[in-house]
Design a protein around this ligand. Structure first.
Ligand SMILES: [Fe+2]
Length: 296
């Protein structure tokens, strides 16, 4: 029998207007995946692996291969956890879908990554508004095997718990950091720009667009710059921020953010598509095809 997720309410979140699910951790109902669901995994897995060779960063591709996953079937969380626990001490926990922010942060702060157990429908191969198993598992899990990125993610969770206590403005600043790094980050390599963001690697269209299209800006990462910058949830990004290394990202996010939140509260947010005078510009976007308004 086909299983369905347990939604509790709809909420406006950083992912748009989407359902928020029960906060419970659930067992992955692996035996109940249908042939059609394994087929969706197979199609997406093969398509993205092929597309990402030469586009995703080496750490992503190599680490993903270390899990031994393939197009044959939806992976079992238990199998992935054996690799992950031994590698960096992280573990995956099954969830019904998008979690309330504080619950999400608490998981990360304990090195638990919540993975949605259900996968999108065949008609949603190219776009789904809320994170599903393919996004969470294919997109997020590989870099959890990178020791520096693994540490960054845990610190992010701890920072999230703290920001939650400070207030909504602080949370907005912090969410932008996650958005422009974990979800939509690019990294500079000797071979050129490469993708590490999960929101990109799990999207066929954006995997090409973010690197090859002339429209978006590609700008050097700066902590405060990113925390000030609004973003898109309904279109491809207008700006991608480029890190030089995961060490750079980790080091930049070590200071206590409390004084940064206070400073940013006194300044205006930067529109998603803006280029500022002191930006390090890898590529100045042409802006073609951009929608007006709609920055979050
Ligand atoms: Fe995500």
């Amino acid at each position: 029998m086909e299983a369905s997720p347990r939604r509790v309410e709809h909420q406006l979140t950083d992912k748009g207007y989407v359902p928020v699910y029960t906060t419970a951790v659930v067992e992955q109902p692996w035996d109940r995946y249908t042939a059609e669901e394994h087929g969706v995994w197979a199609t997406l897995f093969e398509r993205q692996r092929q597309l990402l060779e030469g586009r995703a960063c080496r750490e992503f591709l190599d680490n993903q291969a270390r899990f031994g996953i393939s197009s044959t079937a939806i992976p079992r969380f238990d199998d992935l956890n054996r690799v992950l626990r031994a590698g960096t001490g992280w573990e995956l926990v099954g969830v019904e879908g998008l979690l309330p922010e504080l619950t999400f942060f608490e998981h990360l702060s304990h090195r638990r990554f919540p993975v949605t157990w259900w996968i999108r429908k065949p008609e949603q191969l190219d776009y789904i508004a809320e994170p599903d198993l393919f996004h969470d598992l294919f997109g997020h899990v590989p870099l959890l095997l990178n020791p520096i990125f693994a540490e960054y993610m845990q610190r992010y969770g701890q920072g999230g718990v703290k920001a939650h206590g400070i207030g909504p403005e602080a949370l907005i600043n912090l969410t932008r950091l996650y958005w422009y790094t974990v979800e939509f980050g690019l990294i500079a390599t000797p071979e050129g720009l490469r993708i590490y963001g999960s929101g990109i690697v799990s999207s066929k269209g954006e995997s090409i667009y973010c690197l090859e299209h002339p429209a978006p800006n590609r700008l050097g990462f700066g902590l405060e710059r990113v925390m000030r910058t609004r973003y898109r949830i309904d279109t491809y990004q207008k700006t991608y921020f480029v890190i030089d290394s995961f060490e750079q990202l980790f080091d930049a996010t070590q200071p206590d953010f409390t004084p940064i939140y206070a400073k940013l509260a006194a300044s205006d947010a930067v529109p998603a598509g803006a280029v500022l005078d002191d930006d390090r510009v890898f590529h100045r976007g042409t802006g073609e095809g951009w929608a007006d308004g709609g920055d979050v």
